[in-house]
Design a protein around this ligand. Structure first.
Ligand code: KIV
Ligand code: NA
Length: 275
């Protein structure tokens, strides 16, 4: 399993960091086998797996439940778990308790929190307690209501300046990496140059130190909205659809199961059974 020190080194040496989200045992297993550097149990869970319209309804218990499965599927991969909406904006000591519980129950390697401002003391508190923290700047899905939707962030020089400053602040507070979501690629380049810790981009162009995509987006698995910045590397949903339709037709038509998928009793046992 890679360490935060190795991620720093990868940045130094210009080796890209690959991150993918996962929410269950098979997804984690495939990801670890593929050799990804980090897995994120994202609260995108709410949308792509649980069918909610936003990440707002995801709970700490949801995150723990899914993260445990991910850890079982990827015992040797660095796992980051999202702290969900509302779980880190109250009293900072309460937040630490929640964070410790999440770390202990899931055996994760780091937690992720969105934003700067009020979240800076949270990053510091958790880091001081020994919990590696990944920061998240730019588009903050947990604040989509306040931001007025899922829009590109940091397009004006004023917004960009604030983001650069926030990035420096999360680094100072102890963050071990920072996710940059939906910002112009030029801004990603500036932030990545200014920071020592790695930047992990999503919708942030090629100049981030690493990339992250949502499992169901990059594999086209599920029929949710696919954002502009996603490349579909496979079409798993088409296969799933085809498989289930074919199965349904086979059962209806009586072509499944055949003898080949059946268990057979010996002839003499049968004779006895019928007398
Ligand atoms: O929840 C998530 O999947 C994320 C990534 C989009 C970075 O936070
Ligand atoms: Na998230």
């Amino acid at each position: 399993m890679k360490t935060t020190a190795q991620f720093l080194k990868m940045k130094e040496q210009g080796e890209k960091i690959v991150m993918i989200t996962a929410y269950d045992y098979p997804g984690a297993k495939f990801s670890e086998a593929a050799g990804v550097d980090m897995i994120l149990v994202g609260d995108s869970l709410g949308m792509v797996v649980l069918g909610y319209e936003s990440t707002m309804r995801v709970t700490v218990d949801d995150m723990i439940h899914h993260s445990k499965a991910v850890r079982r599927g990827a015992p040797d991969t660095f796992i980051v778990v999202d702290m969900p909406f509302g779980s880190y904006h109250g009293d900072v000591n309460e937040t630490l308790k929640t964070a410790v519980q999440m770390m202990q129950l899931t055996n994760a390697n780091a937690l992720k929190v969105e934003g700067a401002d009020d979240v800076i003391p949270v990053i510091k508190k958790l880091t001081d307690a020994g919990i590696p923290v990944v920061a998240h700047l730019g588009l903050l899905p947990q604040s989509a209501g306040v931001l007025g939707g899922y829009k590109v962030q940091g397009k004006t020089s004023e917004q960009a300046e604030k983001l650069i400053n926030d990035a420096l602040l999360v680094e100072q507070a102890g963050a071990c990496a920072v996710v940059l979501e939906c910002i112009p690629h030029q801004l990603t380049e500036i932030v990545s140059e200014k920071l020592t810790i790695p930047t992990i981009g999503i919708g942030a162009g090629a100049k981030a130190d690493g990339q992250v995509l949502v499992f169901h987006d990059l594999l086209q698995y599920g029929n949710h909205h696919i954002p502009k910045f996603v490349e579909s590397f496979a079409h798993v949903g088409d296969e799933v659809e085809r498989g289930i339709i074919t199965y349904t037709q086979a059962v209806k038509a009586g072509t499944f199961p055949t003898l080949q998928q059946s268990f057979t009793m010996k002839e003499d046992e049968l004779i006895e059974l019928y007398g």
